[in-house]
Design a protein around this ligand. Structure first.
Ligand code: DX5
Ligand code: ZN
Length: 216
């Protein structure tokens, strides 16, 4: 069953509590929380104080997507402040295995992220270790970008690898997801859809959830 994770990056931060309450009522499955440091990606977003506040404001799982250099340095604190799932870019550290182990030590779900320019081959040794793989379908850093079509092949490859080797990781897709691309990635094998601009521009969040799940 497909799960929908709205990306808070596109939420109205001045009305964050109202946004979260509406998302809960709309039946979303988790909140996607984008952390950007201005060096790994050319943008700065939200961090620990907002995570703490969101944690107090919801019982929904929080999915922290770290787009930062030196992720190992910050994994502990993001876990302690309320993340339920934490994902780390393979491009952001030479020690991805250590980073994933660190997340798992906290009892949280650990994810590995691949940029559009990174091949699935690169992360193959990690597929037995992770709880999920996040396929970036835009270059990370900004909401509202166009979906990169080649991502579909990657999702398909991951789906095949999962079947062939009897693995259990989930496939998450992030970037440029709307009703059309959402259906394409589901067909290719995606389990979790992150949606930012499409979702928050929708006048009815419950409808957005149903549409993305292909149930509208
Ligand atoms: C991009 C972020 C995404 C972003 C997606 O770097 O990781 O989570 O919010 O936004 P849309 O859905 O607008 O592409
Ligand atoms: Zn993200």
């Amino acid at each position: 069953m497909t799960k929908i994770f709205p990306s808070l990056l596109s939420a109205d931060f001045l009305a964050l509590k109202d946004e979260i309450d509406t998302l809960e009522r709309a039946g979303v499955d988790a909140l996607h929380f984008d952390v950007m440091d201005g060096t790994f990606v050319p943008n700065i977003s939200i961090g620990l104080p907002i995570l703490e506040a969101v944690r107090r404001g919801t019982t929904l799982p929080i999915d922290v997507h770290l787009m930062i250099d030196n992720p190992e340095m910050y994994i502990d604190v993001f876990c302690e402040k309320g993340a339920d799932k934490v994902s780390v870019h393979v491009e952001s550290t030479p020690h991805i295995h250590r980073a994933i182990q660190k997340i798992k030590k906290h009892g949280k779900e650990a994810g590995i992220v691949v940029n559009p320019g990174t091949a699935i081959d690169v992360i193959q040794p990690m597929l037995t270790e992770v709880d999920f793989v996040l396929v970036m379908s835009v270059n990370p850093g900004f909401g509202g970008q166009a979906f990169i079509e080649q991502s579909i092949d990657k999702i398909h490859t991951l789906h095949q690898l999962r079947k062939t080797h009897n693995l259990t990781f989930n496939i998450e897709v992030d970037g440029g997801i709307n009703e059309k691309t959402g259906q394409q990635v589901i067909d290719a094998g995606a389990d979790w859809l992150v949606a930012g601009s499409y979702f928050f521009k929708h006048s009815d969040y419950a409808k957005a959830v149903q549409t993305l799940k292909g149930q509208a």
